[in-house]
Design a protein around this ligand. Structure first.
Ligand SMILES: Cc1ncc(COP(=O)(O)O)c(C=O)c1O
Length: 363
């Protein structure tokens, strides 16, 4: 069997050694005679798994003990509701400021409108989200409960390298498509969250790091399964959690630690992205979607062909070479190479070689 180099934006590749280890212990987890998906979420065996997943996340990210690390239901999108429900109550104005940088940022902003007074702090839509908008820090409002950003915009391939200084207003980031791909100073943020399905594990859950002093402000009617304080009190085990997803996270984080953690991973990710951007920049055959190098994502490299009539052929031949899921998001078209942590350098090299060969033949 050949594993494809899967450039899909998510659910995305899981490192092959992790998949092999999961396969090998799937029927009998650590001599229990049961699979990891057949044991109680309250058993000592599973508690060890979730504790280890949290400990590894803390160790790798460097997040301090001032923060809770929670495994929550509903993937990233459910946090679009949970965040206003939990945090708008921080201030009487019930106001939040959102930075609009793409489809997911817009969805989060739209959802928040149901709960409070929402202001668009900066808007990348007039630039088709291909450039990040300027954030005017003087517009950050003292009576805002929080400022919300999307640190990596999966569909367009933009990524914030620097974050605004929001002073004492908590800054929240959706880092679904880049979580644990680079070193970030978590102490700058009030809350960081990410769906698991790109850099951490299977889809359907998210990890939330929330500063402890921000807990306890949820609206009275907040359902327990959306209330970060309940997750915090119950150590993420309010009900039967997705035990398999958390187990995979533990395995992926063991792998990431063995790879050298974030400093090593960030270097590899930078090198992978550079390889592709250099090919795009050297050519007039490939057109990078994001022109400003300061705004380019190391996770999602987006490009078009100068001759769009060749798109179908490019994709077909790529698949023949085992380079799969390169189509851009349905809303923007073109191509997108998602090169998350689990995509090895060899996969990116194979794509780079394919792109250069294709250009030579078709130019
Ligand atoms: C940045 C970002 N936020 C949110 C989401 C939505 O994630 P989910 O499908 O887990 O709700 C995605 C999905 O790709 C994403 O890329």
């Amino acid at each position: 069997m050949t594993r494809a180099f899967n450039f899909g934006a998510g659910p995305a590749m899981i490192p092959t050694p992790v998949m092999e280890a999961i396969r090998d212990e799937f029927l009998d987890y650590q001599g229990t005679g049961c699979s990891i998906i057949e044991i109680s979420h309250r058993s000592d065996t599973f508690i060890e798994v979730i504790d280890k997943a949290e400990a590894l996340f803390r160790e790798i990210s460097g997040v301090s003990n001032d923060y809770k690390v929670l495994f929550v239901h509903g993937g990233a999108s459910l946090q679009f509701s949970a965040i206003p429900l939990n945090l708008l109550g921080l201030k009487p104005a019930r106001k939040a400021q959102y930075v609009r940088t793409g489809v997911f940022a817009k969805k989060a902003e739209k959802e928040a409108h149901r709960y409070g007074h929402i202001d668009c702090l900066a808007n990348g839509e007039p630039l088709d989200f291909k450039t990040l908008p300027e954030i005017d820090e003087s517009r950050i409002s003292e009576d805002a409960s929080y400022v919300y950003m999307t640190s990596n915009n999966t569909i367009y391939g933009t990524q914030w390298k620097h974050f605004p200084n929001t002073g004492n207003i908590p800054l929240i980031i959706d880092s679904t498509s880049e979580i644990l791909s680079r070193r970030l100073d978590y102490s700058k943020f009030g809350l960081i969250f990410g769906g698991l399905q790109k850099n951490l594990g299977p889809s359907g859950m998210a990890v939330v790091c929330i500063r402890k002093d921000l807990l306890g402000y949820a609206d009275a009617g907040t359902p327990p399964l959306l209330n970060y304080e309940t997750y915090s009190q119950e150590k993420s085990l309010i009900n039967t959690t997705n035990t398999f997803a958390i187990y995979v996270v533990m395995k992926v984080l063991e792998w990431l630690k063995a790879k050298g953690g974030l400093d090593a991973m960030e270097k590899i990710n930078d090198a992978k992205a550079k390889l592709l951007y250099d090919i795009i920049d050297r050519s007039s055959f490939y057109l990078g979607v994001v022109k400003n190098p300061q705004h380019r994502s190391t996770m999602n490299v987006t490009f078009n062909l100068a001759k769009p009539e060749l798109e179908e052929k490019f994709n077909r031949l790529a698949i023949e070479k085992n380079l799969v899921a390169l189509e851009g998001h349905r809303s923007v078209g073109g191509f997108r190479a998602s090169i998350y942590n689990a995509m090895p350098m060899e996969g990116v090299q194979a794509l780079g070689q394919f792109m250069q060969d294709f250009e030579k033949k078709e130019i």
